[in-house]
Every structure is written in C-alpha cells, then in structure tokens.
Design a binder for this molecule. Structure first.
Ligand SMILES: [Mg+2]
Length: 259
C-alpha cells in the first residue's frame, strides 16, 4: 500500500500526537506500507520535519517529506527554466527549497532585479516586502505562491495563512498566482514521483476536504479523510464526489484495512 500523508490534523494537533505514532508506523512498516508526507506548510525544511517526526517516534528520511516550498520551486524550474533570481516572501523552508533548485533569493533592497515573485507564509512580513512584490507582479513578472490556505492553526486559534498574504498582492495587482500546494495536484504529483507509484494505487490521507481530498481527486489518487482534524463527517457526506474512505484517525485506517 502506498500512502501520501498530510501531517497537521493527521499525525498531530500542535504539539499533541494523534494516537501512538510510534506503534502506528511500526505496524505500517511491518505490513510493507510505503509512505511519504506532503504538507502545504512552507515554513519548515524537510530536515526540520524529519527531526519533528523523530521526536514523535516516527523514523523518516528527508526524501519522504514533500513541502509546498519544494513544489513551488520545482514548478518555477519547469515552467521558466531560464529564471535564476526570485523575490521570495517566506521563511527558511521556502528560501532553502528555492536555493536547492538553483534559484537565488534576492533581499528586499534588490527585489526589483528579480525575475519572478514567490509568496509563502512569512512571520516577518512587512509593508516593504508586500510593496516590492506588488510592483513586480504589476510589471508582469511570473507570480507563484506556495499554498492558498487562508489561515494557519495555532493553539490560540487561526491566524492569517499564506493565502491571506497572497490576497494582499492579488487585490493590489489583479493578478492571481500559480499555486503549488493542495488543492492543486502538483504537490501530490511530486509525492507520487518520490514513491514511484501510480495514482490509482496510492491513497492520500488528510483532514481537510477542500485541500487534501480535493488534491487527491485532482491527481487521480484514492482519498481518505481522517476526522482527527478540521473536516467533519457531515461535511464529508456533502462533498462531491465523496472521499473513498472516512475514518476516525490514522490508527483506524490500519484496523479498517485488516477487515
Ligand atoms: Mg492537515
């Protein structure tokens, strides 16, 4: 069995694990299930996710983590192979992913020399960064974004996500970016390449209908909604076409496949 797993709301909520993750993944490995993790969160690098997974008792390697930052870097590389410099609004995860794909990230003072604009979540965002990005997009430069998530979950509630900051530039320029993250199938397609599996033989497991399940369906994968995160069973019943499976949590997926 091939799995593409979302993390927030599937493996953990904030700092709290959902179930005994060490046991769950031990059992998956025992059964020979293969898995990669795919996240819309653009702020962390795959190595940082591996360290986090290990803290929760889940051994993983960097190739098993695909982020929206890697997806957007790949997208720019494929669609505009001549581009060498970008102005990126984002955190370490985005900047490292762009650099790994050979793209140089210019500081805000040199933004106007960039060949493309990339926006992800940036907790140091400010008026100057937003203005420079808007000027570039209005000049007609390629405009990319990691993910359209309107909010970002914190223990205190939902704060503005990448999509909320992107909307500032969209409003100011009337240009919509190319999004690499879910619900676009792009991130899932990268994850399929890592697994070396065909969409129809691969299950995407996530907690949000409008991102995880929609991306799975757009990529032609099977979809599993877990009820341990954002979306509810009632919402799943109204979703069309419905997810292939709806389970309480990741552990329940193991039980279900036993039957
Ligand atoms: Mg999630």
């Amino acid at each position: 069995m091939n799995l593409i797993l979302d993390m927030d709301g599937v493996l953990w909520r904030g700092e709290a694990p959902i179930g005994n993750l060490a046991e769950i993944f031990q059992e998956m490995r025992r059964r020979g299930w293969r898995f990669v993790f795919a996240t819309n969160n653009s702020t962390r690098t795959p190595q940082e996710y591996v360290a986090r997974l290990e803290r929760f008792g889940v051994p993983a390697e960097p190739w098993q983590v695909v982020t929206s930052s890697q997806a957007v870097a790949e997208m720019i590389h494929r669609e505009h192979p001549q581009i060498e410099t970008v102005f990126a609004i984002g955190e370490n995860g985005l900047l490292r992913a762009l650099e790994a794909r050979g793209l140089r990230c210019l500081p805000v003072e040199q933004a106007q020399e960039a060949q493309a604009v990339v926006v992800g979540l940036d907790r140091q965002v400010n008026f100057a960064k937003m203005s420079e990005a808007t000027l570039l997009v209005r000049r007609g430069l390629p405009f990319y974004a990691t993910n359209p998530d309107r909010t970002f979950p914190t223990p205190r509630g939902e704060i503005p996500g990448a999509g909320a900051w992107v909307s500032v530039i969209v409003t100011a320029s009337d240009v919509t970016p190319r999004f690499a993250g879910k619900p676009s199938p792009y991130l899932i397609e990268l994850a399929l390449q890592r697994l070396g599996s065909a969409p129809q033989d691969t299950w995407v497991v996530g907690d949000r209908l409008e991102t995880d399940v929609a991306a799975a369906q757009a990529a032609g994968c099977r979809s599993v909604l877990v009820l341990s995160g954002v979306s509810t069973r009632q919402q799943a019943e109204r979703w069309s076409p419905p997810p292939d499976r709806v389970v309480e949590n990741l552990a329940a997926l193991l039980e279900e496949k036993d039957r």
